[in-house]
Design a binder for this molecule. Structure first.
Ligand code: ADP
Length: 594
């Protein structure tokens, strides 16, 4: 604890001003008032500190004390993080609920990690070796799914003087001693890190591997890369929550951190109730064994959303440093931006667009810049990735509002949820005309190597067909479909098959909820091969109506729900049937002599 003690001179909602704070630092953690509420210094003017408080300040009065702590707002990183549900300042909600019941009072403290729990510790290096920041010195089985790799903290290096033998230890026990130029540093299983400072790494790498989500419109058309950034703007009811839950539960990230920034009260409750019941689809173990939830509860002020965002991304970087692929889902960044706006308003700062302060874009940029695929510090050499998916909730579904437009400057993938699609029950309601992914080129090689070399060609052809349908729509509306040339009629038909048989995906269908990359490719190939063959037949004189009448077309749209991921060879059989039935229409042409 620092010696600096100030006095509150002014308080307005979550913002407090205190004088007598000379020497306090920007972003220093302070304790405010008699109840010692958690706050953070956000501005310094002479001996005056302006503090945002992460707990309700009702009743706080001028004259009460503010205590500086001498350290920035930080998180505690170590075994026991996974499976936890935290609030924005890393208080485990379950522990607090046990202490004081569900309506926890302000000023309550709880250990961020289980301090008394003993972990089985396996050393990986021996005393006497030289160590540097990031070196993995031991392992702890944190959950059934995650091996926690204990690393030498950033800023520490030297000779490993002592190392405890394999055994059971708590996070507070000293497990190693590092000596550097005569000073000895005790290393424990936990380390602390200030949330506003990105954790260091050696270098950034190109994100060349896709984050597979099992959602076709994403993986095939607008893919995410491990270490990439995406924004999902969507108005109310467009299926944002369902989509984010699908990604959080099915994606092939090793660790998922779900930040619920007080979207709607009941929505976060849904996450809190639903997630602990879900199973990891790959191992059948509880999903929480690879998940951390960060929830803004309704008894915390809106500004705590800001702390949630930084806390979440810092925990994510820590697992990235271990060499894992980590996914952060933030729902929703609009609520965080609103909190920033509220604070700016209380400080009477000059508003820029729609009341948001001029630094809104830089805050958003800082957040998304923490994503990336990196070469981590230390030995053994390893790469890790941090992928960020930020939901945006534009008021009235208007994508031209400031939070959406600025976010789109900083992310490389955009999944635009479309009210009209949702209204017509096309789910996921990701608009295939307006959405984009800048990772298609970078991950193409992965598909080549792991799935099929023809992936890109099929994907691009499907996109062209959908784009052409979009161009022809107006024409069809005015003149009717029959006025189209035969080949364009086929484009309209294939586009419909693509929409209904590929893009639409029912999150609640047992088979279709997750679609493997092999199945995605085979479905797409079947539809596009149908198109190519039909086009060839039309060129050879087969009338389009003969093709449209084929029974196989209805099945083309249902096959996604009929054939499970482990029987994709059946799709190949079905594809042959499609081609044979198509060719039979040509036989008809010859014998009837049309
Ligand atoms: P939002 O969070 O955007 O308000 P939700 O995610 O709650 O919207 O979705 C609203 C409803 O839309 C859901 O209750 C569900 O019935 C339907 N829905 C959304 N996505 C899908 C999907 N992929 N499959 C099936 N139904 C969906």
């Amino acid at each position: 604890m620092s010696k600096i003690k100030g006095v509150i001179t002014w308080a307005s909602g979550p913002v407090v001003k205190a004088k007598g704070m000379l020497g306090v630092k920007m972003h220093e953690l302070v304790e405010v008032g008699d109840e010692r509420l958690i706050g953070e210094v956000i501005r310094i003017e002479g001996d005056m500190a302006i503090i945002q408080v992460y707990e309700y300040t009702t009743g706080i009065r001028p004259g009460e004390r503010v205590y500086a702590t001498g350290r920035p707002l930080s998180v505690m990183l170590g075994p026991g993080l996974i499976g936890n549900i935290y609030d924005g300042i890393q208080r485990p909600l379950e522990v607090i609920a046990r202490k004081v019941g569900p309506f926890f009072r302000r000023g309550v403290r709880a250990d961020p990690l289980p301090f008394h729990k003993k972990w089985h510790f396996k050393p990986l290096v021996k005393a006497g070796v030289k160590v540097e920041a990031g070196d993995i010195i031991c392992e702890v089985q944190e959950t059934g799914l995650i091996t926690h790799r204990i690393m030498i903290p950033p800023n520490v290096r030297g000779t490993l003087k002592e190392m405890v033998p394999e055994g059971e230890y708590t996070v507070l026990d000293t497990i190693a001693v590092v000596e550097h130029e005569g000073t000895e540093i005790e290393v424990k299983m936990y380390q602390e890190w200030p949330v506003r400072i990105p954790r260091p790494f050696i270098k950034r790498l190109e994100p060349t591997e896709p984050l597979i989500t099992g959602t076709r419109v994403i993986d095939t058309f607008f893919p995410m890369a491990k270490g990439g950034t995406a924004a999902v703007p969507g108005g109310f009811g467009t299926g944002k929550t369902v989509l984010l839950h699908q990604i959080a539960s099915w994606s092939d990230a090793r660790v998922v951190i779900y930040i619920g920034c007080g979207e709607r009260g009941n929505e976060m409750t849904e996450v809190l109730i639903k997630f602990p019941e879900l199973k990891d689809p790959y191992s059948g173990r509880p999903l929480m064994e690879r998940t951390i939830l960060i929830a803004n509860t309704s008894n915390m002020p809106v500004i705590a959303r800001e702390a949630s965002i930084y806390t979440g991304v810092t925990l994510a970087e820590y697992y990235r440093d271990m060499g894992y692929d980590v996914l952060v889902v933030a729902d929703s960044t609009s609520r965080w931006a609103e909190a920033i706006r509220e604070i700016a308003g209380r400080l009477e700062e000059m508003p820029a667009e729609e009341g948001y302060p001029s630094y809104l874009p830089s805050r958003l940029a800082e957040f998304y810049e923490r994503a990336g695929r990196v070469l981590a510090l230390g030995n053994p050499e390893r790469t890790g990735s941090l992928t960020i998916i930020g939901a945006v909730s534009p008021p009235g579904g208007d994508f031209t509002e400031p939070v959406t437009t600025h976010t789109l400057r900083f992310v490389r993938v955009f999944w635009g949820l479309d009210t009209e699609l949702a209204y017509s029950r096309h789910y996921p309601a990701i608009n295939w005309i307006t959405s984009y992914s800048a990772y298609v080129d970078t991950i193409e090689e992965w598909w080549d190597r792991n799935v099929n070399r023809a992936w890109r060609a099929y994907r691009d052809e499907a996109m062209r067909i959908l784009a052409r349908e979009n161009e022809l729509k107006e024409h069809v509306r005015l003149l009717g479909p029959e006025a189209l040339p035969e080949k364009e009629k086929l484009v309209m038909l294939t586009a419909r098959i693509l929409r209904e048989g590929f893009l639409q995906q029912d999150a609640f269908d047992e088979i279709d909820t997750y679609c493997s990359v092999e199945k995605q490719f085979k479905l797409l190939k079947t539809i596009i091969d149908f198109h190519r063959e039909a086009e060839r037949l039309i060129e050879r004189g087969v009338p389009f109506h003969r093709i449209r009448e084929l029974k196989i077309i209805e099945r083309l749209m249902r096959i996604k729900e009929e054939i499970p991921n482990d029987q994709t060879y059946k799709i190949e059989g079905f594809r042959e049937e499609v081609i044979n039935q198509l060719r039979a229409t040509f036989e008809g042409v010859r014998t009837v002599g049309v």
